[in-house]
Structure formats: C-alpha cells, structure tokens
Design a binder for this molecule. Structure first.
Ligand code: AMP
Ligand code: GLY
Length: 424
C-alpha cells in the first residue's frame, strides 16, 4: 500500500523510518518532509494545512492511508475534509476528526471532558473577557504558583506559571483584554499548580480498543539541569524508570480507560493517537494535558522501541480492529538528544551547513529542521536533528546518543549533555 505522512519534523522522520520498514508499505510519501526523510520515501512540497494540495497528491499517487504528524491539520479538520469528500472518504486518516482534536485544540474542552469522566486533573476555572473581573478575584483566592493557559493553540507558548498574584493578574489581563496570544487567549483556563515529575504516555486507539505505546520522558528546557527557556523538546528517553508497573496500572485504570470510554460515551469518534501529559505526584497520576498526536522528540525514542509492524497497527486503527493487532515493545532503552540551532528558542541561526553525520556510530540521525542546498544539508529550523540510540541499559543509551551528537557539526550547534542523567 501507498502511505502519506504529513509533517516535517523529527517525529515525522521517525514515523517515516518505521513505516518504510514495513513489508506492507510499497510507496511512502512525506509532505513536506525534510532533508532526511528522502532516505525513507519521496518528499512532496505541500503544506500540512493545504487540504486541496493534499487531495491532489492522494489521488495522483494512489495513497491508501494518511498518517498525520502535527496537531494543526487535525485541529483544522483534515480528517473531516477527507470524510466529506466523495473521492477521499474511503481513504483512512490516522488522526482524530476536529471534535476529538479539541482535546488538544481547547484546554477548556479537555478540562470539561476530564471533569465529566472523573479523570484526575488540577482544579480549574475558565474565564473570558466578559468575566475578567471574576478571574482577577479568583486569582486572589487561588494558591500560588498558579497556572494560566490560553484555551487555543499557541505554538507551545500559551502556558504561564505565575509565582506572584501581581504577575498572575497582569498576565490574565494581557491574555483576555489585550489578546496576548490572539484568538487563542480569548478564553483562559486558570488552574492549580501540580508538583511532581512529568512523563508522556501514548495511546493508539481505533475509537473502541486501544494499545498503550512505550511511555517517554521529554526534556523541555533549553539549559542543562532543566534551566532556562522552554523549547519544543531537547531530548527524550524511554522507558521511564519511575513509570513502573504499579504506576502504569493506575494510569491505565484512572486515565486511559476513562478517556477512551469517555470519548465513546460522548459520541466523539477518535482514530489516532492520544498523548497524555502526566504529572507523577508522589506515585499518583494527574493529567496536565492531552494532545491529539504523538510527541516530539518522544516519537523518536518510542518508534525505536516498537518491534512489531507499525503499518499493521496503523491499519488496525484505520479498520477498527486494533484489538487483533500485535504490539511488541523492546525492553531496551531508547535515548534521543536533540541538536538545535544557535540562539534557539529565541531568534536562531539558519542555513548553516551540517557536517559529520557520517561519523555517527550507534545512533539514527532523524532530521527535523533541515533542507538540501545543492549537495549540502543545511539547517532551517530551531530543532535541527534528533540523535536516537537504543541500548540494553539507560546509561549506555544516554552516553551513546550524546557521543554521537558530538560527532556532528554546524555553526552555532547546541545540545544538552545531561538528557536522562537525572534518572540514573
Ligand atoms: P502544556 O502546554 O499544557 O503542555 O503545558 C506546558 C508545561 O507547563 C507542561 O509541560 C508542564 O511542565 C507545565 N504545566 C502545565 N500545567 C501545569 C500544572 N497544572 N502544574 C504544573 N505544571 C504545569
Ligand atoms: N514533546 C512535547 C510535545 O510534543 O508537545
């Protein structure tokens, strides 16, 4: 069968790497892809939100299945677009329809959903411009720190953790009255701050049954020792040592089952991934957020621990028989180190020539923000490459991924050398 992956980051590179290995995959296309995805398939320069362009490609190339990487096309309704089109409606899309994608597209929607289905999450209230005064009074009674979340998609920047009441009130005003995050902050969720250690849990569902993929931990801060600004993700490891069987059983019983069942009860069709951002607070799971897609850079580690045919699992989602499919998870440890551009996550350097990838020994180099410039591979994004290693134990995996990252060079390159070492 012919498969199309939408997206261009490290996550989509890891998907493409895994999909291309399946005997079921004949031709693989990636739109738009990056300089690395051409190793696995054919790049097509179409934006993930250009639904008409995607339609033309799907019809021209006889695509049999579409795997959606990022949230934006899902929240904008790419799956609904397929279902509403006579020529596309029988071509399965892995990724939820617009309504299900609201789990990520609207923080308020996800909080209402969790409350309704008794899924453990921080206490909250939602405010709009019209209820700004109530919001300011509510903040005065809420404990500190307090978390403010723009309701809509805000490119990962819409969450603010405020340490003082003055800061929280000023930010709430900026978000609601001055549209700090545009339309995304026309509603704001104010929620209780949770303490603990975070992890990412991934569920694949056909809307009826589900499979729990390997969990991962993501390192979000730019600086070593988890300091400095938030980024898209500087590295990941899987498995996560503190997510032991007892903890994961709680996650399944209290979060995963009520989520999948809740979607069913609410009549929300859902075929795709549910990424559950969790806080482990003294051994108890609390949901921080849902995403309607896989995580990046978690997917790079997760794909390398799946030993069964990933396309077969995707077909299970598409055809509604996921329960008959086999998911084999490797007991080994996968570690990913993300190499970023100088200046990232602020204004960053671009168009720098990347050298040394041929010297990498034990890792796969998943491309993210890269492009070809003649014969050269150059940097184009903030997150440039994701270096992923699998080893028998965590220490070797971390050491190898870090050593391999240091074999690559481009002007201004930076990566964290402490990914995962907090958990050893
Ligand atoms: P989100 O965009 O929802 O992933 O939030 C970004 C980050 O903010 C999360 O990964 C957490 O580190 C942090 N965060 C969000 N909500 C809370 C909360 N209620 N308590 C503590 N930290 C939070
Ligand atoms: N690594 C976090 C995310 O993909 O949102």
């Amino acid at each position: 069968m012919n498969i199309l992956i939408l997206g261009s980051g490290g996550r989509e590179s890891a998907f493409a790497w895994k999909v291309a290995q399946s005997p079921k995959c004949e031709k693989l296309f990636i739109a738009p892809g990056n300089a690395g995805t051409t190793q696995y398939g054919t790049n097509v320069n179409i934006k993930v939100t250009d639904f008409e362009g995607i339609k033309a490609l799907v019809l021209k190339e006889g695509i049999d299945l579409v795997l959606v990487g990022p949230e934006e096309p899902l929240v904008k309704g790419v799956h609904d677009f397929f279902l509403a089109d006579e020529q596309l409606k029988n071509i399965p899309v892995v990724g939820p329809q617009q309504e299900g994608a609201q789990l990520e597209g609207s923080k308020d929607f996800s909080k209402v959903f969790m409350e309704k289905h008794n899924i453990p999450t921080a206490a909250y209230k939602t405010f709009t411009k019209d209820t700004l005064e109530d919001g300011l009074s509510y903040l005065a009674t809420a404990g500190l720190p307090v978390v403010l979340k723009a309701d809509g998609l805000a490119a990962g920047k819409g969450v603010l953790i405020c340490l003082t009441l003055e800061e929280a009130q000023a930010e709430l005003k900026a978000m609601l009255a001055d549209a700090k995050f545009g339309e995304a902050s026309s509603r704001v969720v104010v929620e209780q701050f949770l303490t603990g250690i975070e992890l990412s849990v991934f569920v694949m569902t056909d809307g009826n049954s589900y499979k729990v993929l390997p969990e991962a931990k993501d390192y979000k801060r730019i600086g070593e020792g988890d300091t400095g600004l938030n980024t898209g993700g500087m590295g990941s490891i899987s498995p996560v040592p503190f997510a032991d069987a007892a903890f994961m059983q709680k996650v399944e019983e209290r979060v995963i089952i009520p989520t999948v069942e809740g979607l069913k009860k609410d009549g929300i069709p859902y075929k795709g991934f549910i990424f559950i951002g969790l806080m482990n607070s003294s051994g108890e799971p609390w949901v921080i957020e849902y995403n309607c897609r896989m995580g990046d850079p978690e997917t790079e580690s997760v794909m390398r621990r799946i030993d069964s045919d990933f396309v077969d699992l995707l077909l299970g989602v598409a055809e509604g028989n996921l329960d008959t499919k086999e998911l084999i998870i490797s007991p080994k440890t996968a570690a990913t180190v993300v190499m970023v551009a100088g200046g990232y996550p602020g204004e960053y350097l671009k168009n720098k020539v990347i050298t040394g990838t041929e010297n990498v020994r034990d890792s796969i180099v998943f491309h993210a923000g890269t492009a070809m410039d003649g014969e050269d591979v150059i940097t184009t994004g903030g997150r440039v490459l994701a270096i992923t290693t699998v080893q028998d134990n965590m220490f070797s995996a971390l050491q190898q991924a870090t050593a391999d990252a240091s074999r690559i060079y481009y002007d201004g390159m930076y990566f964290r050398k402490d990914i995962g070492f907090d958990l050893l």
